[in-house]
Unconditional design. Structure first.
Lengths: 114, 285
């Protein structure tokens, strides 16, 4: 569960509710700290020679994808969302891959760019 | 007429409407940035050896800006959680910190990072004239070590006449054979006082570090500029939600304000997410 439930007017229930929200808050802070640590790791790894620049790009993109996944799953509540949102995102993924694919085809067909 | 489903969920979707709206908008944003990122990828793959610059941006400043953006992403969820607990005071403070983070980010970008690039000069040397500038390029040693050739001389433009440029050299061109110059530095090295004279007839093209300089700077300014516009948009929306006018909404219907903060927060996290990719691609790799 990612979204705190709606608030209650009953003081006792409010206490429970506030406790629940507080736990969410702790998680947000922890994720924030993790993201900061990963930022440091990204910077440090970029000064490590992995043999080829391509390897460095791959490592950096892997860390960036992890970070982006954390932001999407926790901050943007995608870890537990309604089905309609996932459907919108599946369509988006499909079309953005199509976009990349079209640009790749144009690049592939015209060696003038290479 | 009242707008339906601003707070209560619509039975068929299980969501309040603004949430679907913001996700559809973010989907269009993915397409917008996706096009630019794919342009970056193919420009970079196609770059001839030596034409894709490395280590021209200020890494500590970029790292700091990344940290600022991540912290603002945390404070905006904390602001939303405070509203959920009906703590307006805490919400007000978290929102203020978020807005300040956005303003600092933009100020660093527009008042420091960009202008520094505008003052920096680079001259691409014609292939047939590269040998004349070997003492600034160190290509013999680089070829022996299997490194990409250097084809550009950079620094501060000292003076210029009809025939030549006088450039105060960057350390990389002042000591091209030093092994320390093989890889970019974390802390940017200041321009040296060593002056090089470059004849204009040997120069393929020479510009300040503007979008016209290279495919690298063209994509850098396009993507960070568009990203900066998004940060500006987020700051404006958050400011509206932080001003007293939104307190009236809070008093009337706190859940409505909380939902507004949630959707604008989703936008803000997306802007953060884009930066998570922009930072390594342009600053580090």
């Amino acid at each position: 569960m990612n979204n705190p439930p709606d608030i209650s007017q009953d003081p006792k229930e409010y206490e429970e509710y506030a406790h629940g929200v507080h736990q969410h808050v702790m998680r947000y802070v922890m994720v924030g700290i993790t993201l900061l640590v990963f930022t440091g790791i990204t910077v440090a790894l970029s000064y490590v020679d992995f043999g080829a620049r391509k390897a460095n790009v791959a490592v950096a993109m892997l860390v960036a994808t992890l970070k982006a996944g954390l932001v999407a799953a926790i901050f943007m509540h995608l870890a537990a969302e309604k089905r309609l949102i996932y459907r919108i995102l599946i369509f988006t993924g499909f079309f953005v891959l199509g976009l990349f694919w079209l640009i790749f085809l144009a690049w592939y067909d015209y060696p003038i760019f290479r | 007429m009242e707008i339906p489903y601003t707070i209560s969920t619509r039975p068929d979707t299980g969501l309040w409407n603004a949430k679907i709206g913001i996700w559809l908008f973010l989907a269009s944003e993915v397409m917008l940035f996706g096009g630019l990122f794919s342009a970056y990828i193919f420009l970079r793959i196609d770059a001839a050896p030596g034409t894709w610059p490395h280590g021209l941006l200020n890494v500590p400043v970029g790292t700091m800006n990344t940290a600022i953006l991540i912290m603002s992403s945390v404070t905006v969820v904390l602001a939303w959680a405070a509203l959920k607990m009906r703590r307006y005071r805490a919400y007000w403070w978290y929102m203020l910190v978020t807005i300040l983070c956005g303003v600092i980010f933009l100020t660093v970008k527009l008042a420091y990072e960009w202008p520094q690039k505008f003052e920096h000069f680079g001259a691409y040397i014609k292939p047939e004239a590269l040998w004349k500038y070997e003492k600034y390029l160190g290509n013999q040693r680089r070829a022996e070590k299997g490194l990409e050739p250097r084809i550009e001389i950079t620094g501060h433009l000292h003076s210029e006449n009809a025939k030549e440029y006088e450039v105060a050299l960057d350390p990389v061109n002042a000591e091209p054979d030093s092994p320390a110059m093989d890889r970019p530095h974390f802390f940017p090295l200041p321009v040296t006082d060593k002056i090089a004279t470059i004849e204009k007839e040997d120069v393929e093209r020479a510009t300040m570090f503007l979008p016209t300089h290279s495919a690298y700077f063209a994509s850098y300014f396009t993507i960070t500029g568009l990203h900066g516009l998004h940060v500006l948009g987020g700051v404006l929306v958050f400011t509206y939600m932080w001003l007293p006018v939104s307190k009236k909404l809070y008093q009337r219907n706190p859940e409505h304000l909380a939902n507004r903060v949630e959707v604008s927060g989703l936008f803000w996290h997306f802007v953060d997410l884009i930066w998570i990719f922009v930072f390594p691609l342009f600053y580090l790799l």
